[in-house]
Design a protein around this ligand. Structure first.
Ligand code: NDP
Ligand code: 2IT
Length: 445
């Protein structure tokens, strides 16, 4: 395999899809050696087949706002690869959504889902709809309009969407309601459902919990723990709140949260009622974390800045892609940070990752560290199929052991001769091998 040649050809076919090309490059560079050692992969054209989605669905979503004005948004579903199970992955509603972002997310999801050890292929979807400032009725009508098209292409054994940025329990509810009406069936076609109608306990906090379980394993490999550690978290959504809660439980102190407008530094720690407040802020559909600094004494709002300038031991980026660049990485290293564990998808730029590796930090990529969300979605699918519900401890225990197993897989495939663990390489190789071998078994299709 010649990575540069493949990337050049891919870029010619998909010019300007920068996030997608970034994600593909990282995976190909990691697996190059293993790929070349196994000529059967090349003979079967595995790389050429795995980097293109099986299909991309795009559709328009007309909907009517509270004033009676008609809007048209774009909707997408990228069904990337179903070699090891039905397409599985979240839906993102954010004005920045485009095909490049959804293809990068769908591509990453293939390897992430493989790492969970559950039977799930990779997919992603969403819309450029902006939920900011919309009324509950507008959110409902938009979700219904979105599902009016998507329902034809999904199913509990075909493609199982879930939440992502801008899509939480409320949106999943509205979409599930529409699917149920159109298909006349009540099945596990979406995950992240409400607890009374097929959802799993722990799913809302699973991504954040899983990220912290993963970081705990990384620290343990160095004889460290969370106790007494200062932790910077970015974002203040689904992933960030679960992470803040688990860090606090394990004895660490979370000192930042952030939004696109800036970050809050709270030296007294963000825990308990402050996490509830963070959830309220999120539910308000507003673009701000600033009010937190008025509410809680001693906290400061830093407008237009990112939290990576704060002196911390551990950083958990939980907001969005490419939110942590080279300068941020230099700041973290300079301030003595020992561990960066990604709750978001691809939040660190390639330049930032290079700096972490050069300085031998513990660094875990999102596809390994945030796999707890989709893993718990997989557990929700299992419960739906069995038509029974596990209790909180059962789900949490399974989630915890899945994260420990993913950490072991990364160590197995990513440990360098000097003992340094390259979690990026480890996660990419472990995730790839299972899917590639399944594709080999099934022939060229
Ligand atoms: P949410 O919408 O709940 O929260 C994301 C938060 O981050 C929002 O408050 C958003 O604000 C904020 N944000 C967006 N851009 C920036 C930025 N540039 N700087 C700081 N904050 C920003 O989404 P999730 O918590 O679900 O998702 C967060 C990340 O985690 C994403 O990368 C997602 O793909 C990933 N992820 C999510 C999983 C899940 O189960 N939900 C599972 C695994 C990964 P705003 O909306 O105002 O832009
Ligand atoms: O990025 C992700 O893994 C998610 N948004 C969760 C996907 C899922 O199907 O639960």
């Amino acid at each position: 395999m010649n990575v540069d040649k493949i990337l050049n050809e891919l870029e010619k076919k998909h010019p300007g899809e920068v996030e997608y090309l970034q994600a593909v490059r990282e995976v190909l560079e990691s697996i190059e050696e293993v790929y070349n050692e196994n000529p059967q992969f090349n003979s079967a054209g595995i790389v050429e087949r795995i980097i293109e989605p099986d299909r991309v669905l795009t559709f328009k979503i007309p909907w009517v706002d509270d004033e009676g004005t008609v809007h048209v948004n774009l909707g997408y579903r990228v069904q990337f690869n179903n070699a090891i199970g039905p397409y599985k992955g979240g839906l993102r509603f954010h004005p920045s959504v485009n095909l490049s972002i959804l293809k990068f997310l769908g591509f990453e999801q293939i390897f992430k889902n493989s790492l969970t050890t559950l039977s799930m292929g990779g997919g992603k979807g969403g819309s450029d709809f902006n939920p900011k400032g919309k009324s509950d009725g507008e959110i409902m009508r938009f979700c219904q309009a979105f599902m009016l098209e998507l329902w034809k292409h999904i199913g509990p054994d075909t493609d199982v969407p879930a939440g992502d940025i801008g899509v939480g329990g409320r949106e999943i509810g509205y979409m599930f309601g529409m699917y149920k009406k159109l298909a006349s069936e009540h099945t596990g076609v979406l995950t992240g459902k409400g607890i009374n109608w097929g959802g799993s306990l722990i799913r809302p906090e699973a991504t954040g919990f899983g990220t912290v379980y993963f970081a705990k394993e990384m620290l343990a490999a160095k004889g460290e723990t969370f106790t007494g550690k200062l932790v910077a978290i970015s974002g203040f959504g689904n992933v960030a709140w679960g992470a803040a809660q688990k860090v606090t439980e394990l004895g660490g102190k979370v000192v930042t949260i952030s939004g696109p407008d800036g970050y809050v530094y709270d030296p007294n720690g963000i825990s308990g009622e402050k996490i509830d407040y963070m959830l309220e802020l999120r539910a308000s559909n507003e673009d701000i974390v600033k009010p937190y600094s008025f509410e809680f004494e001693g906290s400061e709002f830093h407008e237009g800045k990112r939290p990576w300038e704060v002196k911390v031991d551990i950083a958990l980026p939980c907001a969005t892609q490419n939110e942590l660049g080279a300068e941020d990485a230099e700041n973290l290293v300079k301030n003595g940070c020992i561990c960066v564990c990604e709750g978001a998808n691809m939040p660190s730029t390639p330049e930032a990752i290079e700096i972490f590796h050069k300085n031998k930090l513990l660094f875990a990529p999102g596809k390994a560290a945030n796999a707890g969300g989709v893993a718990t979605s997989g557990l929700e699918m299992t419960q739906n199929s069995m038509k029974l519900n596990w209790n909180r401890d059962e789900v949490d225990e399974k989630l915890h052991s899945i994260m420990i197993n993913i950490h072991e897989a990364c160590v197995m495939h990513g440990t360098a001769p000097d003992g340094y663990i390259d979690y990026v390489k480890g996660a990419n190789i472990a995730g790839f091998l299972k899917v590639a071998n399944a594709m080999l078994d099934m022939g060229v299709i």
